[in-house]
Ligand binder design. Sequence first.
Ligand code: SAT
Ligand code: MN
Length: 613
Amino acid sequence: MPAHSLAISDDVVVALPPTPHRGLQDWIDEVAARAQPDRVVWCDGTDAEWDLLSEQMIETGTLVRLNPRLRRNSFYARSSASDVARVESRTFICSEHEADAGPTNNWVDPKDMRRQFAELFEGCMRGRTMYVVPFCMGPMGSKQSVIGVEITDSPYVVLSMRIMTRIGTPVLEILGGDGFFVRCVHSVGMPLALGEADVAWPCNDEKWIAHFPETREIWSYGSGYGGNALLGKKCLALRIASVMARDEGWLAEHMLIIKITNPEGRSHFIAAAFPSACGKTNLAMIQPTLPGWQVETVGDDIAWMRFGTDGRLYAVNPEAGFFGVAPGTGPATNRNAIQTLTENCIFTNTALTAEGDVWWEGLTDQPPSGLTDWTGVAWDSGSGKPAAHPNARFTVPAAQCPSIASEWDAPQGVPISALLFGGRRATAVPLAIEAFDWDHGVYLAANMASEGTAAAEGEVGKLRRDPFAMLPFCGYNLSDYLAHWCRIGAAAENDSRILPKIFLVNWFRKDTNGRFLWPGYEENARVLRWVIERVESGGEAIETAIGRLPTPDAIGMSDLNLLPGVAEALLSVDNEVWIDEARRNRAYLNDFGDRVPALDHQQDLLEQRLHLA
Ligand code: SAT
Ligand code: MN
């Protein structure tokens, strides 16, 4: 029994709450009374706790300790084959009014959802330990940060939360006796009968991930995986935080944050939104080959942004770790990530080597022999099946990244000079576009689309609209979200605040044979250089109907060994294609009704520029 637990009878052990917060204590008691765990443990976030839990999980088979000579203090987990990604079809926004969830979210009446969860939770933690994980999203003690408490019966979630957020007793100290916290409740949904042996990856075929925006609560059942179970991440830092941001006039976005320093030593920070598994982590850790240019990492997935007293937009990374896609990450594509992954990591659904290390497609050119694949069987390289699941992930503390910026956990955040948006577009969208102004940038971001990836269930490769890369993560009506962005711009103009410039980028253009036109990866720094030059009022651009495009010289196209015609294809606007694109944009924006007049106006302007109207 942990030292901070108290036995009240032979079979119920309840922890002594290490907090004077009555609201928190009562809520813990309430959930425990319903879920009926064998014991309640308040997580303190210490190394001793990490060691204890990892040892226990090695015993139950959930974790494998990796060879410490190769990766110190690191572990491997294999999930159930049905629990490998976010489940958007089972994710719900339970606002009081259906209209507030909007046309793009699943909605269930909160009263019905509460009833549903009350049933699901009846005894759902029997035979298990209920962990209480106090966590802080954002730098400790920052005015921008938000405290949450996650109740979970998954020790895998506890360890992952320790990497991805700031957890434990220091958070309770900040919370004090009556501070606000977001209530997050999670269960794998697999109670154990007396004496029943556990499985390596407990979960349930029935999954529910529910958000209650008005009361800022999250309930999750049935999955142990990433965004479904680490409730501080997509659920709190995006879905609930986007609602808080709407109510309080700030922005909670699916964006990486980087610091770029030019050869003259001047630094700028930019934030960039791309859908899941479109290279945010790679861009966040990019090592530019351009002489004299340096890029450092502030965050790779989420940005919270508010205006500071100096009128600039400041961003913090609410997370403390990276939950990155492993396949495709290698010394050539992301050396910084590889150098980050040397210790204190958890790997999920990669392959395992005979030496007790991890492997995935793209880590090395040749797979080592003797691999065990992510399903736990000896891998046959001739099978045509990948050894690692395409959405296999690493979980690693941000602080150990060699490219981490010194400002990465500054309580005041970093001032943002430019915002980038991008998706996977095989056609139409050029390498880079600078928006004419804020509303035009919002229009470009609102019409973003991307080909599906393995990060969510659904068809890989199918084009779907993903405004602001927020489609799966906006906790309220997407048209209100777009209006919120327009309002931020309008208010800033009135208050003479300094708005970042907005850009749309596309690393994923293909030729008719399906080959990528743009080399991508470290060469993306050429686009970053142009962005910074534009921010500093330099950088050549040509005005087109869809925005300002870089000249081939501004990108340095002639330094790249591109095939004839490729530079032109990447940096031109095909009017016919864009007339089509504009028509589809109009139809898409119509889905949002007349709630966003500023975007309707932008649509009219685009049609005029294309001589469509
Ligand atoms: O599983 S997560 O939602 O955390 C990762 C992602 O899809 O971006
Ligand atoms: Mn993401």
